[in-house]
Design a protein around this ligand. Structure first.
Ligand code: ZN
Length: 332
């Protein structure tokens, strides 16, 4: 028989072991559900399903959509309700661009070579080498985009991008000094930096960036560390805690998720058997808006399975914090 003191010590040791098992990031794999673009069905369809099973998710918001008042997207009030319920709000950019389509850094933003376009004394034209314009600024003031040159001729403070020939037409606020004005085209660095600031001003806690179109580059992964603790991208792979790059987390897209059973198989293989982190990339639920919607029935089945099997489901920032602590411990 153990003496009472030894017995108490054994109990204490057992308690510590059980506590460590319950809290250790090394214990088991995990799963995250992410919803890109902030579509309204995330609130109306996904939220009630996940709430019923006591699960939460991460939703990637695009600033110019959430502030547009367009009811295809979650309202600010709904997004706050999600955050209050433990969901994570992540940035999905200011305007949803790919880094190869616009200037990369702040220093690449200035557009030069303005010349009168010959049709209107106040409208100027310049060659533009990028595929897309996320926004234009004249001395820090946003210019309004039109889809027809005629509209630009009429309105000061506006622009038109002729994609076909790669030309920008600008009707500056200050046409007399147009050639000397500082006209800038939004860079990806601005997308990263200002989307975070804008979402924080709206009251959201932002530490995660979700890449639009699942498109990411080494340069932007490195730059993102200035603004975000973690970034979720694509690639249809799971994340290993010792080796994964927190600013380049992999996600499985909805096609690789297939039906619920396919998603369950991915979780069993990667999270349960190999102790990896499986992040799913979803968009809309049960509606035709957006890219590859998943059905509410599939989500219901998956959520019930996750709950029944006590799989650890985390937001992206929670998962990254666990992995970060493991990676830091390895470096010590
Ligand atoms: Zn997107």
């Amino acid at each position: 028989m153990y003496s009472p003191i030894v017995f108490r010590c054994l109990l204490a040791v057992l308690g510590v072991v059980l506590w460590a098992a319950a809290t250790s990031p090394c214990r088991a794999g995990m799963v995250s559900l992410t919803f890109d673009d902030g579509l309204s069905s995330v609130y109306s369809e996904a939220y009630p399903v996940l709430k019923r099973h006591n699960l939460k998710a991460t939703v990637g918001m695009v600033v110019n959509r959430i502030t547009s008042g367009n009811d295809d997207y979650i309202s600010l009030q709904e997004a706050h309700e999600l955050q209050d319920a433990g969901w994570e709000i992540a940035s999905h950019g200011l305007t949803h661009q790919r880094p190869i389509d616009i200037p990369q850094y702040f220093e690449d933003e200035v557009v030069e070579g303005w010349e009168p376009d010959g049709t209107n004394a106040e409208v100027y034209e310049a060659k533009y080498d990028y595929h897309s314009v996320a926004g234009l600024l004249e001395n820090g003031k946003p210019l309004k985009e039109f889809t027809r040159l005629e509209d630009v001729r009429r309105a000061k403070g506006s622009f038109y991008f002729d994609r076909l020939i790669g030309a920008l037409h600008v009707h500056p606020f200050n046409p007399m000094n147009a050639e000397r004005e500082d006209i800038r085209s939004y860079s990806y660095q601005r997308e990263l930096c200002e989307s975070k600031i804008a979402l924080e001003k709206l009251g959201f806690k932002i530490s995660t960036y979700i890449t639009p179109f699942n498109y990411w580059t080494e340069e932007m992964a490195s730059l993102s560390k200035l603004y975000y603790s973690q970034v979720a991208n694509g690639k249809n792979m799971a994340n290993r805690k010792e080796t994964c790059d927190l600013n380049w987390l992999y996600r499985f897209n909805v096609l690789s998720m297939g039906k619920t059973q396919d998603a369950v198989r991915l979780i069993q293989k990667h999270a349960v058997e190999q102790d990896e982190w499986v992040i799913f990339c979803l968009h809309g639920i049960e509606d035709e808006m957006g890219w590859e919607p998943w059905s509410a029935d599939n989500l219901e089945e998956l959520a019930a399975w996750l709950q029944k099997n006590q799989i650890r489901v985390v937001t992206v920032s929670e998962g990254a914090a666990l992995y970060s602590s493991v990676q830091q411990a390895r470096r010590r």
